[in-house]
Design a protein around this ligand. Structure first.
Ligand code: GLU
Length: 297
């Protein structure tokens, strides 16, 4: 698929389920510096599909913390919670092509079946879905849906990968770019994720589906995010091919760690940007702590 536009597009896409910490600051600052260097547009996207964990106070805090860091972004800011119909439509396209199937199983049932059949672990360290409801008969599906049983929609990974491989000469890959604009092809194997959920039981989308649909619709050309999301790029590339979106190039930056070498987490108040600010840190201190002094536009 060809792009009509020439100006590159970057995006920073936090989830408002906690305060931004140093890791988010790194992503946001690297996005901003590279966007400036490339003469690109920079978008901010609020990834708030998780109703249970999203708080408006965290959304407000994202704007405040990023402004404090001196960052600017384009308006309007897209909020994923406003686009549920768009994601549902994308899922329907995939379902109509036979790539999705409903799964009624509970987490406990899935875990038990995974233990029974000794499922391998996926790239997040969770057992791969053991295929429990992949082959339910149409009659069974109809009966359970009519009875009001909640269900998620899962991707039939084998079918999807086969379809894409037939169109990409057997290989699924993406380009990883570095600070110097060097590029490297990375070959991925989405099968290592198994039949991922694309529509959750509680919301007609998932992180993977929304991020791909939004990057596609917003014509994002450069995705800059933490190394922890690098394995998920395999799923994102697959979905881009299935849905007919152009592939962005990716830069997965090193994760920021605490003094003990642990990954930072949202529940750790000590590294939140607001607590550092309250403790007297300046934006320059944050940049120094992250070792990003050299990264200028
Ligand atoms: N919303 C995701 C997060 O906060 C990041 C999504 C992405 O950059 O692809 O972890």
């Amino acid at each position: 698929m060809k792009r009509a536009q020439l100006t590159p597009v970057f995006r920073f896409a936090p989830s408002p389920n906690g305060f931004l910490h140093l890791g988010h600051a790194a992503s946001a600052l690297i996005n901003s510096a590279l966007a400036r260097r490339y003469g690109a547009r920079l978008l901010l996207r609020i990834e708030d599909i998780d109703k249970g964990r999203t708080r408006e106070a965290f959304v407000d805090a994202i704007f405040e913390d990023l402004e404090w860091l001196g960052l600017t972004w384009e308006q309007p800011v897209l909020r994923q919670s406003r686009r549920l119909e768009t994601y549902a439509a994308a899922a329907k396209r995939l379902a109509d092509l036979g790539f999705l199937y409903p799964c009624f199983a509970s987490r406990a049932e899935i875990n038990e079946a995974a233990v029974q059949c000794q499922s391998r672990l996926d790239l997040d360290g969770a057992p791969i879905y053991p295929g429990l409801h992949r082959d339910l008969s149409a009659v069974d599906v109809e009966r359970r849906i009519s009875a009001g049983e909640p269900f998620s929609m899962r991707l039939n990974m084998e079918r999807a990968v086969k379809w894409v491989r037939e169109r990409t000469e057997g290989e699924i890959s993406y380009q990883e770019f570095d600070d110097e604009d060097g590029r490297q092809a990375v070959v991925v194997d989405p099968m290592r994720w198994g039949d991922v959920v694309l529509q959750r039981k509680d919301v007609p989308t998932s992180y993977h589906l929304s991020v791909v649909v939004d990057d596609g619709d917003q014509e994002v050309t450069h995705v800059v995010r933490g190394m922890d999301l690098k394995p998920a790029t395999a799923i994102h590339r697959l979905l881009q091919e299935l849905l007919g979106f152009a592939a962005p190039v990716y830069h997965h930056h090193a994760l920021i760690r605490d003094a003990l070498g642990n990954k930072l987490s949202k529940s750790d108040a000590a590294t939140s940007l607001r607590s550092l600010r309250e403790a007297g840190w300046s934006p320059a201190d944050v940049i120094g702590r992250l070792g990003l002094e050299g990264l200028s536009g």
